[in-house]
Design a protein around this ligand. Structure first.
Ligand SMILES: [Zn+2]
Length: 299
């Protein structure tokens, strides 16, 4: 079912203001948010069940669309221009094991706030791939912005992989741009049986190589994945668009611009497949499974 949350496109000004409030003005956590507990070291091993085999299929799943100020997508972009954005996450499948790279969000109130038109919710997209939430055994979170972590509580069996800095920032409860606090997520991130933290870089079972970058947010990460001799980089929001890498144009919203730029330099190799979370062109560049899902690799 197609759901529309707004009919008239927002003015760029309104959109920019909303985006600015969320990304730069550090909105306070909602009233009633419990006082943050001191982050604890996570010595928990990666618990079973976890995909031990390399992913055989990788999909990009796009649950919404919107416009975004060009100077947010690109540091050198124009204030008075906009770009079309996808709102996407990734699904890596190894037989019956399913790993998500980020979760997306499904709350209509968030879609309204961000002028996102939901095409399908994330769990509807998974259903299109014949995946139930119970089958998701692992979720890699690239960073803690709402569009990458909000649906985490929908997956009761999944183990969470996240950078230590992202986990600690979320548990601190400190107002951070683009972060929406949810006590259910806090409980998951505090549970060492559910959440495994990565300090700098770690290769996970199945060959997913989780690397903390810290350019877009303090704890933001990317995921490297080799398949058939091709190096794929699931870029989180270190690249909003493929063009950030191909044109070597940094994103416009960074915690640490030099760290973002250093990653872009590493992604300049045209042999590397860069897979951002907001690039609509992926849906036409790769074979379509449905109008909102494309197969990056696999049968
Ligand atoms: Zn994002």
């Amino acid at each position: 079912m197609k759901r529309q949350y707004h009919r008239a496109p927002p003015t760029l000004c309104a959109l920019a203001l909303t985006a600015f409030l969320a990304h730069a003005a550090d909105p306070a956590p909602p009233k009633g948010t419990p006082a943050p507990a001191a982050p604890e070291a996570n010595a928990a091993p990666i618990a079973a069940p976890i995909a031990a085999a390399a992913p055989a299929q990788l999909y990009v799943c796009t649950y919404g669309r919107s416009k975004f100020p060009e100077n947010f997508a690109f540091q050198d972009g124009r204030k008075d221009a906009s770009v079309d954005l996808a709102w996407s996450f990734y699904v890596a499948r190894s037989g019956s094991e399913v790993t998500l790279i980020d979760t997306g969000f499904s709350a209509p109130v968030i879609a309204k706030q961000w002028y996102v038109t939901h095409t399908r919710t994330p769990t509807e997209l998974l259903a299109d791939l014949k995946i139930t939430p119970d089958q998701v055994t692992r979720i890699l979170i690239t960073h803690i912005h709402f569009d990458h972590i909000s649906d985490l509580p929908l997956y009761p069996r999944a183990q969470i992989i996240i950078s230590r800095r992202s986990r600690d920032d979320y548990l601190s409860g400190k107002p951070l741009g683009g972060v929406m606090f949810d006590p259910l997520i806090t409980a998951i991130l505090k549970d060492p049986a559910r959440t495994h933290v990565v300090d700098t870089r770690e290769t996970l079972p199945g060959g997913l190589d989780f690397e903390v970058i810290g350019g877009h947010t303090a704890g933001s990460a990317v995921v490297h994945l080799q398949h058939a001799g091709v190096h794929h980089v699931l870029a989180g929001d270190e690249c909003y668009l493929c063009a950030n890498a191909t044109q070597q144009r940094p994103i416009g919203r960074t915690f640490n611009p030099p760290l973002n730029l250093a990653l872009l330099h590493r992604l300049a190799d045209p042999a590397i497949v860069v897979l951002p979370c907001h690039d609509l062109t992926l849906l036409t560049r790769y074979p379509a499974v449905t109008p909102n899902i494309a197969r990056i690799f696999g049968e």
